[in-house]
Design a protein around this ligand. Structure first.
Ligand code: TEU
Ligand code: CA
Length: 565
């Protein structure tokens, strides 16, 4: 068999033009610790809770766990605002709990990557506490301070027109020194000044701290934003701020330096969250000859259903065209990521499938089939393997997310947008859909917490959608996902094989080939409630896996078929 255990793998081996790497063969499972499993009844998920579920994850068959931030934080943005990079968030447990979790992951032959949030810190981080004290504080230059501009009436205006991703200006005036600091996200998330070599040294040190503990790499939060044009020109009307933020003058110098000084010393993987990086520019960050990152998340697929912040109808040909564009742009020296859900997006089956009672299971199976058979490292989000759905939030009070609350205050309370329109759209796009607690069983609060009140509501559909039930049912999404993971693990063609879309314009059928040498797999996915006819040549293949009928000329509603041609 071609696939051998990652640790015994010869990295110089080339398969179909690709260098073999464990990270290309792995399937990653994202854990949002706050919502995965509570162990002490306080209603907040924690590290011992995750440790208690490691057998579940091992049995599912995923290779790498990605832990969303577990660091000390005042939780303005659920841990994406770090107060101390070398401490575990109090609600999540202790450093001993972290070490136990990591040991449990390793002893089961899995790996774990952690979130590196280094574009910004919390305003409660010791560096910022110092930095804001005075203009000549030794930490002043750790952050981006600028004097204001004079307005027409002599008032002070922000240094430029950058907006915060969480509403309002990206600059906040600090009265103590009379200067503004930059925060591309919340006011409690000041941006670090990467042009300061001391800042870069600090970040490299804290990366080594976690790598030396044995973590297997990092998911890097908004990493392309680290380099800024120090002159901070205004965004012009025809420009996109996110594109400007992601293409600063020294981005590649810093990524290269980070690779040289830290990453290259470890057998680790990196995946950059890369809003603002186009498909065509992706190789500049991930081409392996450049020694920067291993892969990035490009958001064109997961956000195909958006127009700015608003939900919009998407079509299958649009989505398929993105996958083909990615495949062509990345070539053999770069590697893609395949994902359609994470902690910032609605649930997989609600956003891309059909979460009606009739088609939820079939369409959830279809989506995991696609994620696990396209070319690139697949990322599953917790609950995808159960077909967990969006929550039916009714009022702004039910939401927790700072993005939603700030936009409510900024847009609705000021009359810029009607409450009805805002809430209607939020119900489709909210980040909180992904953050409702994991549904384990039919006990109160879905087995997420033994306490009375989880930090965010449990979806009431847990009585029907939960892990215990799925494990007991051989036809469940869970078991189907397990079979797919097995198939992928044993099928090099599904990892390294060439990708070809065989019906790019078909409105309902995604039909593609993965070919490695003589071996050719065909994957047929029906993204609709209508029956779709399969081309004759396809129907003649040997059935390998399906979520329904295996050997007819037709694909039923939301049907899948993997065939060996
Ligand atoms: O996300 C970056 C980012 O740009 C998104 O927050 C985006 O603005 C949002 O999804 C729009 O709906 C990363 C993290 O994934 C996110 O959870 C953090 O809030 C953010 O960075 C700040 O650290
Ligand atoms: Ca807890």
């Amino acid at each position: 068999m071609l696939l051998v255990h990652p640790t015994t793998m010869d990295c110089s081996e080339i398969v179909n033009g690709y260098t073999r790497q464990w990270r290309k063969e792995a399937v990653v499972y994202q854990i949002y610790p706050r919502s995965f499993q509570d162990s002490n009844g306080d209603g907040i998920g924690d590290l011992p809770g995750i440790t208690s579920r490691l057998d579940y994850l091992k049995n599912l068959g995923v290779d790498v766990l990605w832990l969303s931030p577990h660091y000390d934080s005042p939780n303005a943005d659920n841990g994406y605002d770090i107060r101390d990079y070398r401490k575990v968030m109090r609600e999540f447990g202790t450093m001993q709990d972290f070490d136990d979790l990591l040991a449990g992951v390793k002893s089961r032959g899995m790996r774990m990557i952690v979130d590196l949030v280094a574009n910004h810190t919390s305003d409660e981080h010791a560096w910022f506490v110092e930095s804001r004290k005075s203009k000549d504080n030794p930490y002043r230059d750790y952050y981006l301070w600028r004097p204001g501009k004079n307005g027409p009436d002599g008032e002070s205006l922000p240094p430029n027109n950058f907006g915060s991703a969480f509403s309002g200006s990206a600059w906040t005036l600090d009265p103590l020194t009379g200067e503004y600091f930059l925060h591309l996200f919340a006011e409690k998330q000041p941006d670090l000044n990467w042009d300061n070599p001391q800042v870069r040294d600090e970040v490299y040190d804290l990366m080594r701290f976690w790598l030396d503990k044995g973590v297997d790499g990092f998911r890097m939060d908004v990493i392309p934003f680290i380099s800024k044009d120090a002159a901070f020109p205004d965004v012009l009307p025809h420009e996109s701020q996110v594109h400007i933020n992601a293409n600063g003058p020294h981005l590649h110098d810093y990524l290269h330096e980070m690779n040289d000084r830290v990453l290259s010393q470890y057998n680790c993987m990196t995946v950059g969250e890369a809003h603002g990086i186009t498909i065509e520019d992706t190789p500049q960050l991930v081409d392996e000859r450049r020694h920067e990152l291993n892969m990035i998340f490009n958001f064109d697929t997961v956000r195909v259903n958006r127009d700015g912040r608003n939900w919009r109808r998407w079509s299958l040909p649009e989505l398929k065209a993105i996958y083909t564009r990615q495949d062509i742009a990345l070539g053999k020296h770069s590697w893609n990521t395949i994902f359609l859900a994470n902690h910032d997006n609605p649930r997989l089956v609600s956003a891309f499938g059909d979460d009606s009672p009739e088609y939820r299971e079939k369409s959830a199976k279809l989506l995991v089939t696609m994620l696990l058979t396209l070319k690139g490292t697949p990322y599953l989000y917790q609950g995808d393997e159960l077909g967990m759905t969006n929550y039916s939030f009714q009022s702004i009070e039910e939401y927790d997310d700072i993005e939603a609350k700030n936009a409510w205050a900024h847009d609705v309370l000021t009359g810029r947008e009607s409450a009805e329109h805002y809430l209607g759209n939020l119900a489709k796009v909210s980040r909180d859909h992904a953050r409702t607690p994991m549904q384990w069983d039919t006990s109160p609060n879905a087995g997420f917490t033994s306490g009375g009140k989880p930090w965010l509501a449990v979806n009431p559909n847990y009585t029907a959608i939960n892990a215990a039930q799925a494990i007991a049912d051989p036809d469940s999404i869970y078991w189907y996902t397990r079979r797919l993971l097995d198939l992928r693990r044993n099928t090099p063609a599904l990892v390294y094989g060439d990708f070809e879309d065989l019906a790019p314009h078909h409105p309902a059928l995604f039909l593609y080939a993965r070919r490695l040498g003589e071996e050719r797999y065909l994957i047929a996915l029906n993204f609709s409630r209508q029956i779709v006819a399969l081309p004759e040549a396809v129907a003649g293949g040997r059935p390998v896996l399906s979520n329904g009928e295996k050997a007819t000329q037709e694909l039923e509603a939301w049907g899948t078929r993997i065939l060996l041609a």
